[in-house]
Design a protein around this ligand. Structure first.
Ligand code: GUN
Length: 287
């Protein structure tokens, strides 16, 4: 292996330590930061994600509330819960775990979250703020990727970044953040012919498709930074990303492993967004 590993666990430990110190300071002022996590249905992957988010909150000294509902919950009932959490002064961040059951309009639910508590950064107000360069919550996974680039001291200005995937959660906000950081950005997706043509020109590749081996060694420029957002399973059940790690790590300059790369950073940035929301609330409270 020639690439250097970007250790998401080590960076998360450092950043979560900073969050814990900020949480302790706020708690000492009488305002304990709080995150509400809402899970509807019994998607097994969602259950694991949600459990990890609640555990991370507790470890960092944040208050967390997990609301679990049966898959039959109506959209109206969920909207009523979101509204109640919007009004709750002990809650500074609201996260409704996606995907939601098919009978619930996820866009409608996300739009019901107060933008000042939208710590996932999924509300159109947050997406719009990111688009025009105004202050707002950044989606946690792309935000974590940017922190990883910062961690290795990588200068993004003038570099060519290729983002594979155009989801609202990762691909699109990732492209916006890289653009804001003065990279030249190409977004590739399922209708892109000859993906390798683009990735071979890239100084930074972000793979966010949700499919194994989307990026192989022959598609990577020597020395490139490769950030793997994928979370898949091999045929024998082992966790793996979108990148052929064994091959690409022979060519890239830097690479994130799966597990232990981008995954822990997503939760870390959720904690960062929640603490920022709580700090803003503390400033606006008339005390
Ligand atoms: N489903 C998969 N990733 C996420 C995430 O980061 N936030 C929410 N709310 N749902 C998800």
């Amino acid at each position: 292996m020639t690439a250097q590993l970007i250790d998401g666990n080590a960076l998360s430990k450092k950043l979560r330590g900073e969050v814990a110190a900020r949480a302790a300071a706020l708690t000492a002022q009488g305002l304990k930061p709080g995150l509400a996590v809402v899970l509807v249905g019994d998607n097994p992957a969602s259950q694991v994600y949600v459990r990890n988010k609640v555990k991370a909150c507790e470890e960092a000294g944040l208050h967390s509330v997990l609301e679990k509902y049966d898959a039959s919950l109506t959209e109206a009932a969920l909207l009523a819960r979101v509204d109640a959490l919007n009004q709750d002064p002990t809650i500074h961040g609201i996260l409704v775990q996606l995907p939601l059951p098919a009978h619930i309009d996820a866009h409608k639910v996300i739009e019901a979250i107060a933008p000042e508590k939208d710590v996932d950064g999924f509300h159109v107000a947050s997406a719009g703020a990111l688009m025009v360069g105004q202050e707002g919550f950044k989606p946690c996974t792309p935000y974590g990727c940017m922190k990883m680039l910062e961690y290795i001291g990588y200068e993004t200005r003038g570099k060519h970044a290729v983002v594979i995937g155009r989801s609202n959660i990762v691909g699109k906000p990732m492209a916006m953040l890289l653009l804001q950081a003065n990279a030249t950005v190409t977004v590739c997706h399922s209708a892109t012919p000859d993906l390798a043509h683009f990735t071979r020109q890239a100084d930074i590749v972000v793979a966010a498709v949700g499919k194994r081996n989307v990026l192989t060694a022959d598609m990577v420029k020597p020395g490139a930074v490769v950030l793997d957002v994928g979370m898949n399973r091999t045929d024998d059940g082992k966790l793996c990303g979108d990148v052929d790690f064994a091959g690409v790590s022979q060519v890239a300059g830097w690479i994130t492993p799966v597990p232990g790369g981008v995954g822990p950073m997503t939760i870390t940035m959720l904690l960062v967004n929640t603490i920022e929301s709580a700090e803003r609330a503390a400033q606006s409270v008339d005390r």
